[in-house]
Design a protein around this ligand. Sequence first.
Ligand SMILES: Cc1ncc(COP(=O)(O)O)c(C=O)c1O
Length: 428
Amino acid sequence: MSMVADLADTLARRRALLGTPYRLFYSEPVELVRGEGTWLFDADGERYLDAYNNVPCVGHANPRVVDALSRQAALLNTHTRYLSQVTLEYAERLLATFPAELGHVMFTCSGSEANDLALQLARRWTGNAGVIVTSHAYHGTTTATAALSPSLDPAMVAIDQVELVRPPCTAPDFTEDPDAFGHRVTAAVEALAARGVRPAALLVDSVLSSDGLVPDPAGFLAPAAAAVRAGGGLYISDEVQAGFGRTGHMWGFERHGVVPDIVTMGKPMGNGYPLAGLAARSDVVDAFGRERRYFNTFAGTPLACAAGLAVLDELTDRELVPHAGSVGSKLLARLRPLAALPAVREVRGVGLYIAVEMAAGAEPTASAESRRDELTAAVIVDRMRENRVLAAVTGPGARVVKIRPPLVFSEAEIELLAGSLERALGVG
Ligand SMILES: Cc1ncc(COP(=O)(O)O)c(C=O)c1O
């Protein structure tokens, strides 16, 4: 069977088995069989530079994580209704990475569950129902979090209880002061009030990933947190994308000089093992606990926590958080001049998270074929994939090439990535 027939057959099987909701990356999808560090390998042994995956933050198939998981799996895996030193050790180590105001941790199996639980805590604590999110936010896949995810399906957003706020402007139109976002949160509180709704929370991704990555101006989240608190709500920092060192800081909110009431986290937390959760003010968690029990079968098990501990050990021993800051700044400096090209609107980023925003958007209605000549983000990532560098597309209008490699991405890999992007843009 030829490679083409093979691909066609795999695509047909996938469609027959999984149905239509599943999407693939790239016009020519990639089938991967192995990973190591920042590299991914297909069945023919071709290797791809991974410039996209944030989950394997300490590297694909990280030996320390694999070892911790296999040892614990061979020993014991139960749940949080038994005592476990591993779970307590992990909770202690994790809480030590947060400001003292955040005194309890609760475990979940996904970022969606973490946001869903945070919402329940905030609603219970405040007695309010309203939620403020950014205009192209993504917070998860449960019914409650999908209703707070306009980037997923604006029609799902619960209009009575939800107010959308526009993120800070990015260059070249950048004219806003850092307080402007906070003023829009105040306006959102007033808009909710006009419908008789009070805010339970401002829920915001601290790097605004699905809004196209908006890390700056650093500090803009502090007035926003003050604005929602003035309206009686809590500030929930969604760190599912930014957390565990991606920005060159352990947590994305640190750049904004503000302490959240609740922090949600996931993705890189278990380096691929489904480990997620939240850290929150003790009074908020304990108020919830007085009325409700919390049990989540697979969450916070010794196996999950063994993975989490190995990730923290790797981050610390290999100094990957400062590494993300320094290698990320070098990568950004290398890519920034590309913004001078007419096809590129802006190159921005923080740590190992970089957005190359294209001038042309790719509306979902346009057929891929008719857009091949236009340098959309989708065309760029297809071309990068052809020279075996994996990136993806995000943001409103699918305008942004999203570069977000594992934190073990090295300086030696900068040129390979930059060269691939330049060739895709028709320069270099
Ligand atoms: C900011 C943000 N929050 C929450 C989620 C949901 O996490 P999960 O896919 O683990 O449910 C995601 C996933 O992409 C995310 O990017």
